[in-house]
Design a protein around this ligand. Structure first.
Ligand SMILES: Cc1cc2nc3c(=O)[nH]c(=O)nc-3n(C[C@H](O)[C@H](O)[C@H](O)COP(=O)(O)OP(=O)(O)OC[C@H]3O[C@@H](n4cnc5c(N)ncnc54)[C@H](O)[C@@H]3O)c2cc1C
Length: 337
């Protein structure tokens, strides 16, 4: 099957974009779904992809989709492979569409607060570029160093700062995608829609089922003037949760709100970390109100250092994930059930 598929694909896209390297195919057959998350009674049957393709343009993606339709072969889009739900896993012999060569930042419009990028652009590289012009990417999951724009949109990823910038999906203004029938969909990049059906919604959170995103225009945000860190230890989860509800009812909007138990740090108790960012005066007012509410509800202030360390470490897990994946690649293909 492999030779047949590869030789036919080579008539559709340049052969240099097709790979059958076993360790690459192994890497592309699995995302960040941990084995512990899989129901033991529903363990998926895994297959390495027959081959991988690395398109460089929307037109190449279109030709790959048309080929797959004609040959009745499954395609699995693959971005950074950091999705947590197994959406990029290969569960039947198919072709992995590795989108990491669609990596061009096409336009940054600071006046219109938007950026137009290809789907394989890694979040961190876009954020770095935006920082150079006084802007930031509002989407900030732990996977910033590895996840791609297309993958983040397809998982409608939330990210740490969604409290003020919204989920990845909420930051999408317009999309270009190749639909399953090989047609190209282009939605107009506008900041607000008042009429008609929002076709972006077909692809946001779609995990690649309704098309392959090739390009996106997303919102960007001015770099925050200042950042304030607060932390509280509550005697119980319920006590902390009640304080959070009061804050939200008072329209206090932290950029980051992380709450839960962590026995390694404080036992007993529930820990709340808050980060406010934006205009200096506004965040001073909001954080003062948050301190008053949390202290009034029995929260013991933890000082600035602990929440700041949490902030600084928030992407460490992605670097460990990438390191483990590199090691796995060196060890060779994984065991299949
Ligand atoms: C708070 C939080 C919540 C999160 N919630 C989720 C969640 O609900 N689900 C989840 O899977 N991950 C979740 N994540 C992880 C995060 O969404 C992923 O790390 C990241 O967004 C996926 O990007 P990726 O490029 O690695 O995508 P990949 O892992 O490569 O792909 C993810 C999915 O999107 C598809 N895909 C990839 N690129 C494209 C494209 N260009 N066009 C069409 N489809 C494509 C893949 O087939 C797969 O189904 C969450 C992370 C955080 C911090």
């Amino acid at each position: 099957m492999t030779n047949d598929v590869v030789s036919k694909l080579a008539t559709v896209i340049p052969p240099s974009r097709i790979s059958t390297d076993p360790s690459l195919l192994d890497e592309l057959s699995w995302d960040a779904l941990s084995e512990g998350r899989i129901h033991p009674g529903h363990y998926p049957e895994l297959h390495a992809p027959v081959c991988a393709v690395r398109p460089r343009s929307t037109d190449e993606v279109r030709r790959i989709v048309q080929f797959a339709n004609a040959e009745k072969i499954a395609l699995v889009p693959f971005g950074g492979g950091s999705g947590l739900m197994g959406g990029a896993m290969s569960i039947r012999p198919g072709v992995a569409v590795d989108l990491r060569d669609l990596n061009q930042i096409l336009d940054i419009d600071t006046e219109g607060s938007s950026a137009r990028v290809q789907a394989g652009v890694v979040l961190e590289s876009l954020d770095t570029k935006l920082n150079g012009v006084g802007f930031i990417l509002g989407h900030d999951p732990w996977t910033v160093p590895v996840a791609t724009i297309g993958g983040a949109i397809s998982t409608n990823s939330v990210g740490y700062r969604a409290g003020i910038y919204g989920s990845m999906g909420e930051q999408v203004m317009g999309l270009e995608a190749v639909l399953p029938n090989g047609e190209i969909l282009r939605t107009r990049p506008v900041s607000k829609r008042s009429a008609g059906i929002d076709l972006n919604a077909l692809l946001i959170g779609g995990e690649g089922c309704f098309g392959i995103i090739t390009e996106a225009t997303i919102r960007i945000f001015p770099r925050p003037q200042a950042r304030v860190f607060c932390g509280f230890l509550f005697a119980s989860f319920e006590q902390g949760f009640a304080a959070i509800q009061k804050m939200l009812h008072a329209r206090v909007r932290p950029a980051l709100l992380d709450f839960g138990d962590d026995e390694d740090k404080h036992d007993p108790g529930a820990i709340l970390y808050l980060v406010f960012e934006g205009n200096t005066e506004i965040i001073a007012a909001e954080s003062n109100l948050a301190v008053a509410i949390c202290s009034g509800d029995g929260g013991r202030p933890l000082g600035r250092e602990e929440p700041e360390q949490f902030w600084l470490d928030r992407r460490e897990i992605a670097r460990r994930f990438m390191h483990n994946r590199r090691q796995r690649r060196e060890r060779g293909p994984r065991r299949r059930r």
